[in-house]
Design a protein. Structure first.
Length: 338
């Protein structure tokens, strides 16, 4: 970005189509970072932070929900850093109008923030927490993930659920809290599967659902979501198995019945395509088989008989007959040329 002093006065005296010679002085250079990776969130560092200081991405847990662009950019800032953020609507409020206490932000707005990272508190690592602290952190992270999921921020929600599962795997669970922790784990696994379905990562969704079914064999949500994922990966037989298990457990499950109807339509379409493919293959094979005798007939009919007369034998003298008998090898060597 270039700033000019008294630019209006200068420009007003310049005729059209004039070639200009301008002396420029570089007063400062600001480093611009593409923090989102797609040029949707740009961070211009106005003031560098403390050298060697950690960053929020090293372990900070943000409980206050903010727009995606601000959350991503803040995670890259050092302590005491001042930055100017330019956030496109996709990482801001998108199609929604935001009404705040200080201002109303119209839909599809590009946002500009100037923020300073005054300080942050690094979250405790799970292996340093006691059981009660872990449970509180897990429930808070899960609630944050649920809020993000409701606003269709599936990637960020998935990160929260993944962190919850990591907290659960750090230490063995005491018997007194094992049931509660197991319930939370199943919930987060199901939510992770739902996020991956929304993100079209169907194989990962299948793995999450399978993990739930190892804990609760007849979990309806796990069976339903895994069947959805199997349909998307064209594993129709596996989808049919899960739907059948689901309906056996709950015959009145409306969503399962609708999914079964969809599956039957897909199976009918697949069978139709397979039948058409087989018919085409059979037709090609039959056509090829019928052509072979015809080629042989054509070959015979195209044979040309050069003479219908019996060979004429000339009279030979005794010496010539003897020469023919004495030299039989001459006929043998000429057989390849017939």
């Amino acid at each position: 970005m270039i700033f000019f002093s008294d630019a209006r006065d200068v420009v007003s005296d310049i005729p059209p189509n004039t070639t200009l010679t301008i002396d420029l002085e570089l007063v400062s250079l600001m480093h611009v970072v593409d923090v989102s990776g797609d040029l949707m969130v740009l961070k211009k560092i106005m003031k560098k932070g403390e050298e060697g200081s950690s960053r929020p991405e090293d372990g900070l847990s943000v409980w206050k929900q903010v727009i995606t662009g601000l959350d991503i950019a803040a995670a890259t800032m050092a302590k005491c850093e001042v930055s100017l953020l330019t956030i496109k609507p996709q990482y801001g409020y998108g199609e929604n109008e935001f009404r705040g206490n200080l201002a109303t932000v119209p839909s599809h707005s590009t946002l500009i923030f100037e923020i300073e990272m005054i300080d942050f508190i690094k979250g405790k690592e799970p292996w340093t927490m006691n059981l009660q602290e872990r449970l509180q952190a897990i429930e808070a992270l899960k609630e944050c993930g649920n809020s993000l999921f409701k606003t269709q921020k599936f990637e960020r929600a998935l990160k929260k659920y993944t962190k919850v599962l990591r907290y659960m795997d750090e230490k063995p669970i005491e018997d007194a809290e094992a049931r509660k922790m197991s319930t939370l784990k199943v919930s987060c696994l199901l939510n992770s599967a739902a996020c991956n379905l929304k993100l079209n990562d169907f194989r990962v969704a299948i793995n999450y659902c399978s993990s739930v079914l190892e804990i609760e064999f007849h979990n309806a949500k796990a069976l339903y979501r895994r069947a959805q994922a199997f349909i998307e990966t064209s594993d129709l037989d596996l989808a049919a198995t899960d739907i059948r298990r689901l309906i056996e457990t709950d015959p009145q499950n409306r969503e399962a019945i609708l999914l079964q109807k969809k599956l039957k339509q897909l199976e009918a379409e697949k069978n139709k395509k397979d039948s058409k493919f087989c018919a085409n293959m059979f037709a090609e094979t039959k056509k090829y088989t019928n052509q072979e005798p015809k080629k042989m007939e054509d070959g015979i009919s195209n044979m040309k008989i050069t003479s219908h007369n019996p060979p004429q034998f000339e009279e030979h003298t005794a010496s010539s007959v003897e020469a023919m008998v004495v030299s039989p090898t001459s006929l043998q060597s000429g057989a390849d040329n017939v």
